[in-house]
Design a protein around this ligand. Structure first.
Ligand code: ZN
Length: 469
């Protein structure tokens, strides 16, 4: 009898530490850890000497094929998910946008009809609530989605114009319902009234350049909304996950509630750990490309976020990938408030966190793995199927070369767009192999799988697992 694959001689990051161990893989699952000498023969052997072996990355925040602020990126699921795989991500938690007049389940089905055909990696989704005109109906519909294996929903306290906004009552009602259903609410926390009125005031004064994006929505606009969400989470006891926190204060606001043993969590994104608001100038050729919400912040926020990651106050790092093109940004650049928010990043997430976190700031390998993979699986209800290297888990594995240096320029990356916000930068630490359920899909930096192999990962949040995040 033979096993399918053995990975030998690597430094393997397991849930308990980093150890030199070999890994046997059979039928898409990890069958054993230990010494190769006691394993059966294998069809294929990967020698991971000098490499770091981690569970496949799980991106908590991607927007593939998103229609937003009047634009849909030309990048399709296959391109985005292939780029993710090249960058060491084997599962993505995407967002499915509810259409006006349609149900949440319709949004999921539309999203999955694309993913099923085209995804190179495994996936699930978080429906974005955009039509609460019949609130009771939506609350009712949430059960169907949870029963289907999707336990998280997304709301926003901003974006009134594009229809993503929930008012305090709607947020309260949704959180109350999710408490009953055992689900988790993901929230984009920025105070929409202050942020958007401030935008309008600046624009009226002729202050339309990208740098006013940050001035319209300073740290306190985000912190205020984060605080409101935490108070609602405390009152209702609902699992609450703040997406893309960017300020030096936000992780502390959330940590104050975690200290009371509440199930509240903080995500940040790759770009908030690297880029500052200096990038907003000049407007052309680059300022307009850096529009995202919340806005990019200061160097002090970046260092505070890194500290919060190692202190355990930030639990996950997503990419917030949206692959708009330069032209799509330029077409709306009369005022900063109309430029489609978001930019590409799914491919660089794991390497940038390794490079900037582990290599530059001494982030432990264990913590690195928690924030790029393990915690996401626990939060979204599919641990230990994914997010860990252990017998019985899916063999989603990245063999990472800690010395491999690559440029982050658009022409060297594989995402479906024509610019990179990381232009001119490099990251050290890239996957030599990315393995999805036992199958090598990236080898020596090249995608060797077939798009469409990715599968839907069902989730059900377990209280005793989420407690360990
Ligand atoms: Zn997003």
């Amino acid at each position: 009898m033979k096993v399918d694959l053995i990975i030998e001689n690597g430094a393997v990051v397991t849930s308990t530490g980093v150890m030199k161990t070999d890994i046997a893989i059979e039928d898409g699952k990890i069958s054993a850890l230990g010494s190769r000498s006691v394993f059966p023969e294998a069809e294929k052997v990967i020698n991971a000497e000098g490499k770091i072996v981690i569970p496949g990355g799980i991106d908590t925040h991607s927007h593939f094929e998103l229609l937003f602020m009047g634009e849909r990126p030309p990048e399709n699921w296959d391109v985005a998910s292939t780029a993710s795989a090249i960058g060491g991500t084997t599962t993505t938690i995407d967002f499915a946008q509810q259409e006006k007049g349609k149900s949440l389940m319709d949004a999921v089905k539309t999203q999955f009809s694309r993913a099923e055909k085209l995804s190179a990696i495994d996936y699930t989704t978080t429906p974005i609530l955009t039509d609460l005109s019949d609130l009771d109906k939506v609350l009712d519909n949430m059960k169907e989605v949870v029963d289907y294996g999707i336990p998280s929903f997304k709301g926003a306290t901003i974006y009134r114009k594009v229809g993503w906004y929930e008012n305090d009552w709607q947020l309260y009602a949704v959180l109350r319902r999710l408490k009953e259903l055992g689900g988790m609410m993901s929230i984009h926390a920025e105070n929409g009234l202050i942020g958007e009125e401030m935008q309008a005031e600046l624009i009226k004064q002729g202050k339309t350049d990208p740098k006013y994006h940050g001035i319209a929505k300073p740290n306190f606009v985000e912190d205020l909304a984060t605080q409101t969400c935490m108070m609602l989470a405390e009152v209702l006891g609902t699992k609450t996950y703040i997406v893309h926190s960017t300020t030096r204060e936000a992780p502390n606001i959330i940590a104050n509630y975690r200290r009371k043993s509440l199930p509240v969590f903080c995500e940040t994104c790759t770009h908030y750990l690297v880029l500052t608001d200096d990038t907003f100038e000049p407007k052309f050729p680059k300022g307009i490309l850096y529009m995202c919400s919340p806005p990019l912040r200061k160097k002090e926020d970046i260092e505070a976020l890194w500290k919060a990651i190692s202190d355990g106050k930030v639990q996950t790092i997503g990419s917030d990938h949206v692959a708009f093109t330069k032209k799509q940004k330029e077409d709306h650049c009369d005022t900063f408030a109309d430029i489609p928010n978001g930019f590409p990043g799914c491919e660089v997430r794991v390497p940038v966190i390794f490079s900037e976190g582990v290599l530059k700031r001494g982030l432990s390998l264990q913590r690195f793995v928690e924030v790029v993979s393990t915690n996401a699986a626990k939060l979204f209800g599919f641990y230990p199927k994914k997010g860990v290297i252990a017998p019985g888990s899916d063999a989603d594995i990245v063999v990472l070369d800690p010395k491999e240096k690559r440029s982050l320029n658009a022409e060297d990356l594989h995402m479906g767009t024509d610019f990179s916000v990381f232009e001119g930068m490099e990251a050290t630490g890239w996957p030599t192999f990315t393995i999805l359920r036992g199958k090598v899909i990236v080898e020596d930096g090249k995608y060797v799988g077939n798009p469409g192999e990715g599968e839907f990962v069902k989730g059900k949040i377990e209280d005793d697992i989420i407690k360990t995040v």
